[in-house]
Design a protein around this ligand. Structure first.
Ligand code: ATP
Ligand code: MG
Ligand code: FE
Length: 332
């Protein structure tokens, strides 16, 4: 079984080919037009997808050495995401499925982030918990089987990736600032500055208070010393990262305690963060968890995770009709 998968939910155009559960290629075109605007501009993202989609799919097929005629199904990201971006992948997938007379598979982007943990060994055992942390979401997901997942905790405001990116913006770093905070944090002292931890009941998260705290912290220090950020960038980044990571890990620990589950995974763009990856190992050792982190390239948006999800759906016979439409928002 050969599946071609397409991901176009935000600002990465990606295509992957999977053969019987194994990823043969995963090609990703990043869009750089958004940098100058300090965030993704939806209209520009749609246009870039439109330009990228044909060459990206060609590259993925070529790299995999799979002919179009050998494809068994086409998968695409249906939701959630930017509607114009999703439409490009959706229309392309439909046209190709129609032309080749093969079935279509609609994939939920957040479910795919979780299932990125199943692309390579070792794979989590069911049931497991997944902390999905990305640019638009922060969720604790209870996974009972590949296609049965329940969100048991989520953010009430900003996502963890947004917390990283907005903090970076306050520090004057370019978009997306998450990876840059990670980079500077490596040289810094995480205990140097203490940012507040929000008191949110249950398994939910909140990051908007942290953003405000950082804003006031910077205003105050800059008033006393205009070069404050420049001089202490590494320590500030390390301290901000430390707090974001501790907010995430304490809730994950609570979820593990309450459910009694010790199979624990992370997923999404922020799972590329070195502080979070290290913290997961530490909490894992302390609590006796078996921990799982997808390979770096499968953390941020990619079509390989869409392909692996589609593989489970293919085996379960879950196909979409040609009337399948994307949606900006979606629930499991
Ligand atoms: P969603 O999946 O919720 O629709 P998205 O697809 O835009 O959102 P991803 O591509 O999964 O999100 O992740 C992008 C986010 O990950 C950005 O906010 C980015 O700053 C963050 N990120 C990527 N690498 C790192 C890192 N090393 N440290 C911190 N944040 C990071
Ligand atoms: Mg992106
Ligand atoms: Fe994503």
């Amino acid at each position: 079984v050969n599946i071609l998968a397409i991901e176009s939910s935000c600002d990465e155009t990606s295509a992957a080919v999977l053969t019987d559960g194994r990823i043969r290629s995963n090609f990703i075109a990043n869009q750089t037009v958004h940098e100058q605007y300090g965030g993704v501009v939806p209209e520009l993202a749609s246009r870039a997808h439109q330009e990228n989609i044909v060459p990206v799919v060609d590259m993925a097929l070529k790299k995999a050495g799979v002919e179009r005629s050998a494809l068994s199904a086409i998968a695409f990201t249906q939701s959630p995401g930017l509607i114009g971006s999703l439409l490009v992948g959706n229309c392309f997938a439909k046209a190709m499925a129609l032309a080749l007379n093969i079935p279509l598979i609609a994939v939920h982007h957040m479910q795919a982030h979780v299932l990125a943990n199943f692309i390579e060994d070792p794979k989590p055992l069911f049931p497991f918990l997944c902390l999905t942390v990305s640019g638009g979401h922060t969720q604790i997901v209870l996974c009972e089987s590949p296609l049965s997942m329940k969100v048991i905790g989520e953010t009430l405001d900003d996502a963890a990736g947004e917390a990283f990116d907005k903090s970076a913006k306050l520090l004057g770093l370019p978009y997306p600032g998450g990876p840059l905070i990670d980079k500077y944090a490596q040289e810094g002292n995480p205990a140097r500055f203490k940012f507040p931890e929000p008191q949110i009941p249950g398994l939910n998260f909140s990051f908007s208070g942290l953003k405000t705290a950082i804003l006031y912290f910077l205003q105050e220090h800059r008033q006393q010393d205009p070069a404050f950020v420049q001089q202490h960038l590494a320590d500030i980044c390390a301290s901000v990262q430390e707090r974001i990571v501790s907010i995430l890990m304490r809730k994950l620990e609570k979820a593990a305690r309450e459910t009694g589950i010790r199979q624990v995974a992370i997923a999404g763009g922020v799972s590329a963060n070195s502080g979070l990856r290290k913290a997961l190992q530490q909490y894992g050792e302390k609590n006796g968890w078996q921990c799982y982190i997808p390979k770096f390239e499968y953390c941020t948006d990619n079509a390989a995770m869409i392909a692996i999800t589609a593989w489970y759906k293919y085996q379960a016979g879950e196909f979409a009709g040609l009337d399948a439409v994307p949606s900006a928002r979606a629930v499991f």
